[in-house]
Design a protein around this ligand. Structure first.
Ligand SMILES: [Zn+2]
Length: 298
């Protein structure tokens, strides 16, 4: 099916549409149409972008017509205004979609709204109108039209979310269109963070709450949970080897004359290897231990 994407406003003389929170409607509607187009194409739709140097509203109100040959569905993008919440009150004003008063089904529009709302926007529902110029022009030529008011440009909460979730909104719109027209939606894989499970793990005889991930049959545990249990995470830059040091050990060996003398005494008295002494010295209190043994062997 052929879908025409229209970005609201723009044209000559330039109509920026509404503005707020550092955004301009005409710019954002083009950005959204351009983001949605490839996603719809990936679903197999034949997508046509309406000439973005033009303002469809001006064209139809001045007696012109839109290129609708073979088009089965039109999506027109806008940003709403009049929320008047530039400092942000903690809640979004939200998303709404207009269809023609006499439009039959609104399955596609409901699917889009549900998916955008899942990102945190208030769902203002599908609204009907016969007075919107572009919508009227398209519907009267026998093509279904949906005017998406993505969110409110003068609502700080809406635009913060819009800025953070722009790609996800484009995805929600494309997925909603696909769902509404019965195309199998490619649901994204869950992110790792969503698969993290807090589990009680016994480390060195004591229970710790650790973040565990099971992915493709492998079990992972966050390294920082090991440090909580007293383990040290090391990285040898020379050999590029990460390492884990048990709670009772350390990576830096204390070396001074006193310790060296004690080491020499023990090796002589007990015939211990260099490696064995190093092992003892890596114990957290190794230097004290070595001095005590040296004193005991006299
Ligand atoms: Zn507008």
């Amino acid at each position: 099916m052929k879908i025409l994407l229209i970005a609201g406003h723009g044209g000559t003389p330039y109509d920026p549409g509404a503005a707020g929170c550092g955004y301009t409607e005409a710019v954002e509607t083009r950005r959204m149409a351009n983001a949605v187009a490839p996603l719809l194409r990936a679903y197999g739709f034949d997508v046509q972008l309406y000439d973005q140097s033009k303002d469809a509203y001006k064209v139809v109100t001045q007696g012109g017509s839109l290129p609708l040959t073979g088009v089965g569905y039109v999506l027109e993008f806008h940003l709403n205004a009049a929320a008047n919440d530039l400092s942000g009150n903690g809640v979004t004003t939200g998303t709404e979609i207009f269809v023609h008063t006499n439009e039959q089904g609104v399955k596609v529009e409901q699917a889009i709204l549900r998916r955008i709302a899942a990102l945190g926007f208030k769902n203002r529902g599908v609204k009907r109108s016969s007075g919107l110029a572009v919508l009227k022009h398209v519907f009267n030529r026998g093509v279904s039209h949906a005017l998406v008011e993505t969110c409110f440009i003068d609502d700080r909460d809406d635009m913060n979310l819009y800025g953070a979730k722009f790609d996800a909104i484009a995805r929600a719109i494309a997925d909603g269109v696909a769902e509404g027209f019965g195309v199998t939606v490619q649901e994204p894989e869950k992110e790792d963070d969503e698969m993290v499970e807090k589990k009680t793990v016994a480390i060195d005889g004591k229970d710790y709450t650790c973040s565990c991930i099971e992915k493709a049959g492998e079990n992972y545990m966050r390294l920082r949970d090991l440090t909580q249990a007293g383990y040290g995470i090391t990285y040898d830059a020379k050999t590029k080897t990460p390492g884990i040091v048990a709670p009772q050990t350390r990576t830096e060996i204390v070396e001074n004359d006193e310790v060296q003398a004690a080491v020499g005494k023990i090796q002589e008295a007990c015939g211990l290897e260099e490696q064995t002494m190093e092992y003892l010295l890596r114990y957290r209190y190794g230097d004290d231990l070595v001095k005590k043994i040296a004193a005991a062997v006299g």
